[in-house]
Design a protein around this ligand. Structure first.
Ligand SMILES: Cc1ncc(COP(=O)(O)O)c(C=O)c1O
Length: 394
């Protein structure tokens, strides 16, 4: 296996271990436990004197292949595959903090991520300050003596705000804090948080990594020292491990990630450009368009656009619902990153639990819609939007 392989090659071959049968496709090891030939062998395995698996909650062969492949892609030394993206986020944050510590997090977070830092962490004595992450001065102002973790996603869900990851990492390094980046929206192909100075990367593998709407999954990636010091024991003893079946499905999904994301990005770009010209649309936000408010940071830290488009209809909720109901290709769903185009109205779904004030701060209005491009033919998707927009008053 060459470390110099480009992503498309790594994602087909990286991390593969073959059994004695020499199978072409990765095998699925659906086992809870492992047996030892002798008592001495079991003792040696538990003492860490011999390599090998002990129990599937700790690690198992199919999960190991998935973790190794993700490490190659991300440029990380080590990883742990988790049962869902939220298990990855929660583990990455809680495993390294204790009562009395402080988190600074960007306020534009996926709803459950925001709940973890804003509601769950304080129950255990971990304080959190939420900031408008677009301005580095806000991160700096929020730093306290006990700040240990900075947490952000970029681009954000659903309004595709972008945060200067290298800038946040520089501030964190000055105080010895760790930066955790939820890289779901960027995908591992378009943004490399570890290269930008972040310390820990998390994914919901449920999204582009599976990409075909089947399995929940997540992954936490970092350097070996951080994983050994913080995540290793937390992971073993609290049990957020991914099912080997899901690891196998995700291993097969990830083989086609570059092909899917390329087509999805092209489809999203075409939809963004089309919508920007339509009289019913007040605003289009698309990383990759020159009119994105943070185009300069995107040019600095991302190598591709996005598979998602956020836009606002002038006619508010009625117009958003009319458009969604009239579309025939994009299905109404709060999921994203799928090979099927999906569309959602964040104010009444993914972000309904926020207060009106919090939604206003994030730029989520009654007319905001989030489109996740699938891999269908671009012409069909654009034609479907053109037809559906006829149901919406200008
Ligand atoms: C940005 C982001 N982070 C985390 C998650 C959580 O992932 P999962 O649903 O796999 O737990 C999601 C989506 O659900 C998401 O959009």
């Amino acid at each position: 296996m060459s470390k110099n392989w480009r992503p498309a090659t790594q994602l087909v071959h990286g991390g593969t271990t073959r059994s004695q049968h020499g199978e072409t496709s990765e095998a699925i090891f659906l086992t809870q436990g492992f047996v030892y030939d002798t008592s001495e062998a079991a003792e040696a395995r538990f003492k860490g004197e011999t390599e090998g698996f002990i129990y599937a909650r700790y690690g198992s062969p199919t999960n190991d292949m998935f973790e190794k492949r993700m490490c190659m892609l991300e440029g990380a030394e080590d990883a742990r595959a988790t049962a869902s993206g939220m298990a990855a986020v929660t583990a990455a944050i809680l495993c390294q903090l204790k009562a009395g510590d402080h988190i600074v997090a960007a306020r534009a977070l996926f709803g459950s991520c925001r709940w973890v830092v804003e509601t769950l962490a304080p129950k255990y004595g971990i304080e959190c300050t939420l900031v408008d992450g677009r301005d580095l001065a806000n991160w700096e102002k929020a730093i306290q003596k006990n700040t240990k973790v900075f947490f952000l996603e970029s681009p954000t869900n659903p309004t595709l705000e972008v945060i200067d990851i290298a800038g946040v990492a520089k501030l964190a390094n000055q105080i010895g804090a760790k930066v955790v980046v939820d890289n779901v929206f960027a995908t591992p192909l378009f943004q490399k948080p570890l290269e930008l100075g972040a310390h820990i990367v998390v994914y919901s593998a449920t999204k582009h990594i599976d990409g075909q709407g089947r399995c929940l999954g997540g992954v936490v990636l970092s350097d070996k020292d951080w994983i050994n010091e913080h995540l290793h024991d937390y992971f073993r003893h609290t049990g957020p491990a991914m099912s080997p079946f899901n690891a196998w499905t995700l291993l097969k999904g990830i083989e086609t990630l570059p092909l899917r994301v390329k087509q999805q990005t092209e489809n999203a770009r075409r939809v963004a450009d089309f919508l920007a010209e339509q009289p019913q649309i007040a605003k289009v936000i698309y990383p990759g368009r020159a009119d994105h408010p943070q185009a300069d940071i995107i040019a600095k830290q991302m190598t591709g656009g996005s598979t998602l488009v956020a836009f606002e209809l002038k006619g508010g909720k009625d117009a958003a619902f009319a458009l969604q109901n009239a579309l025939q290709i994009a299905r109404i769903s709060n999921n994203l990153g799928d090979s099927k185009s999906l569309i959602t109205h964040p104010a009444t779904t993914t972000h309904k639990n926020l207060t009106d004030e919090a939604r206003d701060e994030l730029g989520i209005s009654a007319g905001t819609v989030r489109f996740s491009a699938g891999i269908e033919d671009s012409d069909d998707i654009v034609e479907d939007f053109a037809r559906a927009l006829k149901a919406v008053k200008a």
